[in-house]
Design a protein around this ligand. Structure first.
Ligand SMILES: C[S@@+](CC[C@H](N)C(=O)[O-])C[C@H]1O[C@@H](n2cnc3c(N)ncnc32)[C@H](O)[C@@H]1O
Length: 281
């Protein structure tokens, strides 16, 4: 919250040159590149950290970053924001339940193959775990017949470690119906621990959504609320990468404020434009 007497984050001016210097420090010390992200977004987030450290100019903040590894970690975390929710945008999960999964399971059964799911920019695991819960709740017979893997990926190592631990602030469970919450979560101090049966269904790895080259086929890819932080050429690059790993008939789900951009638009038909669900042609 903004406190009187302190500069508002937006009021801290960071020039392009200063942002470039911060980018260089991050690249040299953490091998983390911010070049693909929108500058405006990065400046706003750097300003948030500067304000927390009571740094009123970027030069001072750069010297702090050079001396203080912990602040580098905090900055990287702030630059890659990790806000998520179980069943975020419930209508999207409803479409997955009623249309997408029945279609994907039917395809997998017809082709006698497995079903591979990928959650990109998975934050604390809320999204892939929601998929696992949905499958357990509504597709048990299909799970007996078709092998399903859910892989989840995020750039932030700490976030991945937290996701594997699967202890959540109850705030993150706002959209989880009471009976589902009772079945899969139990209180652990002030937090909620997800059951092992669901945790075991998801594999988490650190990875970069801009470099999906080594990834194999996935039939359902969710990349929600992550694309928005990237500049347009990199959005196109990310979408191109996703297009390469989706087979014809594969499904892509974007966030509600995201859309297909560039040439890849020709590679998809809209399955549910409102929920940003697309089918690979
Ligand atoms: C706002 S969260 C979205 C979480 C979830 N997909 C959802 O919709 O609720 C964005 C996530 O993208 C991750 N992220 C940012 N840049 C990334 C990159 N280059 N590769 C992989 N993940 C990235 C962040 O660390 C963050 O956890």
């Amino acid at each position: 919250m903004h406190t009187a007497g302190q500069p508002h984050p937006e009021a801290l001016e960071i020039s392009d040159e200063e942002l470039a210097e911060i980018a260089l420090i991050l690249e040299m010390s953490r091998s983390f590149s911010i070049s693909a992200y929108k500058d405006k977004c990065m400046k706003r987030r750097v300003a948030i950290r500067m304000r927390s450290c009571q740094c009123h100019d970027a030069a001072g903040y750069c010297s702090l970053l050079r001396q203080n590894g912990h602040e580098l970690d905090l900055l990287q975390k702030t630059l890659t924001i990790h806000v998520s929710q179980f069943f975020r945008n419930p209508a999207t999960f409803e479409k997955l339940r009623t249309e997408v999964f029945p279609y994907l399971f039917a395809n997998a059964a017809a082709d006698n193959t497995d079903l591979r799911i990928l959650s990109l920019g998975c934050a604390g695991g809320e999204e892939p775990y929601s998929l696992a819960i949905l499958l357990r709740e509504h597709f048990s017979p299909q799970l007996e017949q078709t092998r399903v893997t859910i892989c989840a990926l995020d750039i932030d190592q700490e976030t991945i470690l937290a996701a594997r631990k699967a202890e959540f602030n109850p705030e993150r469970l706002k959209e989880v119906p009471d009976d589902v919450r009772r079945r899969y979560f139990r209180p652990q101090g002030a937090r909620m621990q997800l059951s092992a049966a669901i945790r075991e269904m998801v594999t988490f790895n650190r990875g970069d959504v801009t470099a999906l080259g080594s990834f194999q086929r996935h039939d359902l890819v969710l990349c929600r609320n992550t694309l928005i932080y990237f500049n347009r050429p990199d959005q196109e690059r990310i979408l191109n990468g996703i297009t390469q790993i989706l087979p014809p008939g594969g499904i892509l789900v974007l966030g509600k404020s995201e859309t297909l951009v560039g040439d890849v638009r020709r590679s998809f038909s809209a399955l549910c434009p409102l929920e940003r669900i697309y089918r690979r042609i």
